[in-house]
Design a protein around this ligand. Structure first.
Ligand SMILES: CC(C)(COP(=O)(O)OP(=O)(O)OC[C@H]1O[C@@H](n2cnc3c(N)ncnc32)[C@H](O)[C@@H]1OP(=O)(O)O)[C@@H](O)C(=O)NCCC(=O)NCCS
Length: 200
């Protein structure tokens, strides 16, 4: 069943479901993510999001299943950066557990930091920090609802947006006014795209 609930803000009671969302969204089609972010790291995702939902600079947007208010089917985390803020938010400060492929993680983080700073430093902006929809519910409009909601926030706050996306999602973002600024090959064969979107 496709939920008819609108996009809402994630809460503490959603954390157990949020912990498994990355695996539910990425693992069925993305070998790189299965290897780098194994299913066993769910508690680490919970810890990241426990911080994000209490962070005034973060919007953690969710779509939940109507049958269970704790079952998150889609999640988009939007982080606000100040004009002179460096780094990658929680990604820089919350070190991953040993099961994570450290070389691949570090390469991802480095590219995130370098490219966000390269394209966005000097203006306050919003960054799509993490975004996924449970594979069983993909292709039913939930991702569109979440990204539209994030773009609405950006336009209301008059902030430009930045995202580091995998190449499968590139055209999805372009449909919302994002423009590809750069593409990079990561170790292990993942192509990452860096996109920006001017506020409207
Ligand atoms: C990318 C993702 C978030 C999109 O969510 P979704 O719920 O599947 O997308 P929707 O059903 O809202 O799709 C909306 C539209 O975009 C299209 N679309 C969906 N995923 C797309 C993709 N990867 N590339 C291009 N178009 C895509 C759909 O065909 C649909 O088109 P339509 O409006 O003409 O029908 C989801 O597929 C996902 O979680 N994928 C795996 C993780 C991932 O890549 N996350 C993005 C991280 S950068």
């Amino acid at each position: 069943m496709v939920p008819d609930t609108p996009v809402g803000k994630a809460e503490a009671r959603d954390l157990p479901s949020i912990g498994t969302l990355h695996a539910r969204a990425f693992h069925s089609t993305r070998e790189w993510h299965r290897r780098v972010f194994p299913r066993s790291i769910a508690p680490w995702w919970e810890e990241k999001y426990a911080r994000d939902i209490n962070d005034p600079d973060c919007y953690v947007l969710k779509v939940s299943c109507p049958d269970s208010s704790t079952s998150v089917l889609g999640l988009l985390c939007l982080r606000k950066y100040k004009a002179d803020e460096k780094g990658a938010g929680q990604w820089s400060s919350l070190h991953p557990p040993p099961q994570v492929d450290k070389e691949a993680y570090d390469a991802l983080l480095t590219s995130m930091v370098e490219n966000r700073e390269r394209f966005m430093l000097g203006r306050s902006h919003l960054c799509v920090d993490h975004f996924g929809v449970d594979a069983e519910y993909q292709g039913r409009g939930l991702g569109k609802l979440l990204l539209a909601s994030a773009c609405e926030i950006a336009d209301r706050e008059e902030l430009d947006m930045f995202v580091q996306a995998n190449e499968f999602a590139e055209s999805f973002y372009q449909r919302f006014g994002f423009k590809t600024e750069q593409k990079l090959e990561m170790p292990g064969g993942l192509t990452e795209c860096f996109l920006t979107r001017p506020c409207r």
